[in-house]
Design a protein around this ligand. Structure first.
Ligand SMILES: Nc1ncnc2c1ncn2[C@@H]1O[C@H](COP(=O)(O)OP(=O)(O)OP(=O)(O)O)[C@@H](O)[C@H]1O
Ligand SMILES: O=P(O)(O)OC[C@H]1O[C@](O)(CO)[C@@H](O)[C@@H]1O
Ligand SMILES: [Mg+2]
Length: 564
């Protein structure tokens, strides 16, 4: 646990002065190293900052430059003189403000895990003239990258009067292999209306030592790193190396993923835009399938390990008859399989629309194609094209096994969706992310990423967003809503259900005293009913299956009982 030095309280708990970003100025420093003897042990990963309080209150705080550099001076926040903010009643965030990770609680629930609320602090740890910031974008494209770049530059410049901001070109490798691009408000003015990233991106090329050498050599003291899970892992290691060297450099991550697979935060930027853009492809598939006899419109959407785009695009469209995602295994042949459902749907309606996420059914594809496992430059598994494969399987099946002649139109809009500029709501979201990131860095916070938790911007320690991936929980209500909107078979069997329940943490059952990892309460002998899925019987009547999950202490495992 983090030690408590100067007292300050938060929710009745004593906090260290490091946490409140309000230290008294003592020595003037801009970019300094630790003096000999003060250097922390050269460990690869620093200790998480956990602060506990009454009634099970836990604050998972983010690191601060003052944690490892003593006697850092502070300055009044220049925002206090900014005419735009003078009318705001309480513009600076109260240092006691924290945000609860879980908001569904019971009367006797412990207060649980909290994160530090993002926003401007009264004192800052950088003098505006001394700031030398850089921005880098890594990983795949995502709508909103340019908006985040624009808003970081805007926030640094307009709010804090920072003028030295550079773009690192082409992702992580750009730190040590390319020249930088000066980023001024003029340069970034209209870029939020363009897709892509004006500074370029890449996979691979991560070299921790070379990157930190470049940061040090260039005299950079604020690093804004925009990217997905891989990027944030890299950012975390950059922070560790910066800390090990004792540099006064704030390392800030801004989570980016079109797949929405970053945990803890409400959603990632670009996701709304992707869902909206996916509607155009689904509409096209619907128009094609409606206008042609026995026609199937098949649309492939992105989603390597998480099927959020497919699920939300399906829910939004209402024209989709079947949505296949990585989290929900499916099968083709036999009763309850995809072919049977397609046949039924075509007989009923004369057409159908299928949405498949790129990571769905990968085991099936690999089995039939017997491909070697490939990896991209970042080490991500290369996927087989499930869309093409599924198109072929459907065509073959109907040609060989049935009297029915079908017509299949395959649409792959994946890169088109990723390349568009962000929509209005994502633009606002990107603005909040960028402003929060800048406020955090100016306040001396480091080794953190930003994002909304229950609608409030928070500072999150890197490990909280890199330790697991956000996935669609197929035993959750959202997936059930999706199933009931398409009427597709759930393709589930009891084993899948139990495995999924034990793997995932159903949000409504999430309380802090439960077993880590599966959300099940070992103290409770029985749990509420769980939905096993729904479907249609031979007469077309809708049915739902539920069961009670009980802990069997003899078997030391959970069992489904009273299946209805
Ligand atoms: N574990 C890791 N440690 C350090 N760097 C990493 C790690 N994983 C990935 N990286 C680096 O982060 C960058 C981006 O990683 P990656 O290509 O996996 O994209 P991502 O950030 O996960 O985004 P996307 O959502 O597009 O997959 C690459 O330069 C890669 O080398
Ligand atoms: O072809 P690329 O650029 O490696 O990107 C593809 C991957 O990027 C993502 O869009 C994530 O950024 C995945 O959905 C997809 O699998
Ligand atoms: Mg990734």
């Amino acid at each position: 646990m983090h030690s408590v030095s100067e007292s300050n309280s938060i929710g009745g708990i004593k906090l260290s002065s490091d946490s409140n970003c309000n230290r008294k100025p003592k020595v003037k420093l801009t970019h300094r190293k630790l003096v000999m003897g003060q250097s922390p042990a050269a460990t690869t990963v620093s200790e998480p900052k956990i602060i506990t309080g009454d009634h099970g209150y836990v604050l998972e705080d983010v690191p601060h430059l003052a944690d490892y550099i003593p006697d850092l001076p502070t300055y009044p926040n220049p925002l206090q003189d900014n005419p735009a903010y003078t009318a705001v009643k309480q513009y600076f965030v109260d240092t006691e403000d924290t945000i609860a990770q879980k908001i569904v609680v019971h009367a006797n629930s412990p207060r649980g895990t909290h994160f530090r609320r993002a926003g401007p602090r009264q004192k800052v740890y950088f003098k505006s003239d001394d700031v030398h910031a850089c921005i880098v974008t890594c990983g795949g494209l995502c709508p909103g990258l340019n908006t985040v770049i624009r808003e970081i530059v805007g926030s640094l410049n307009d709010m804090y009067g920072v003028t030295r901001i550079e773009g690192i070109q082409g992702g992580y490798r750009g730190f040590y292999s390319r020249n930088t691009i000066p980023l001024t408000p003029k340069v970034v003015n209209g870029i939020h209306k363009q897709g892509g990233t004006i500074i370029g991106t890449s996979r691979g090329g991560y070299d921790n030592k070379k990157i930190v050498n470049s940061i040090e050599d260039r005299g950079i003291n604020q690093v804004y790193i925009i990217g997905g899970d891989g990027t944030q892992k890299g950012a975390s290691s950059i922070y560790e190396e910066v800390r090990r060297r004792g540099l006064q450099v704030a390392v800030v991550g801004i989570p980016k993923t079109i797949d929405n697979d970053i945990p803890v935060i409400d959603k990632s930027f670009g996701f709304d835009t992707a869902v909206e853009e996916a509607q155009r492809a689904i509409n096209a598939a619907h128009v094609e399938s409606e206008s042609n006899e026995n026609c199937i419109g098949l649309v492939k959407l992105m989603g390597r390990n998480s099927g959020f785009i497919a699920m939300y695009a399906t829910l939004a469209s209402r024209d989709v008859d079947c949505c296949l995602i990585p989290e929900s295994p499916f099968y083709l042949e036999g009763p309850g399989g995809l072919f049977e459902y397609i046949e039924k749907r075509i007989k009923e309606n004369g057409h159908m629309v299928i949405v498949v996420a790129e990571g769905a059914g990968q085991e099936l594809v690999a089995e039939s194609l017997r491909n070697e496992d490939g990896k991209d430059a970042s080490g991500n598994k290369l996927l087989n094209d499930v869309g093409l494969w599924l198109s072929q399987q459907i065509k073959d099946h109907f040609k060989k096994q049935t009297e029915m002649e079908i017509n299949l139109k395959y649409i792959d809009p994946t890169y088109m969706i990723r390349a568009v500029p962000s929509n209005a709501s994502d633009n606002v979201y990107c603005t909040l992310l960028a402003q929060s990131a800048v406020h955090g860095a100016m306040a001396g916070c480091t080794g953190f990423t930003v994002g909304p938790v229950h609608g409030r911007e928070c500072y999150l320690p890197f490990h909280r967003i890199t330790e697991k991936q956000n996935k669609v929980v197929i035993t959750d209500r959202m997936w059930a809503r999706m199933l009931s909107s398409t009427n597709q078979p759930s393709f589930l069997n009891t084993k899948d259900i139990i495995e999924s329940i034990l793997d995932e943490t159903p949000p409504t059952q999430l309380l802090d005293d439960q077993v880590a990892g599966n959300g099940l309460d070992t103290k409770s002998e029985s749990l509420p009913k769980v939905a096993l899925g729904c479907g249609h019987d031979n007469e077309g009547l809708h049915f739902e299956m539920t069961s009670t999950l009980e802990f069997n202490s003899t078997l030391d495992s959970y069992c489904l009982v009273d299946c209805e």
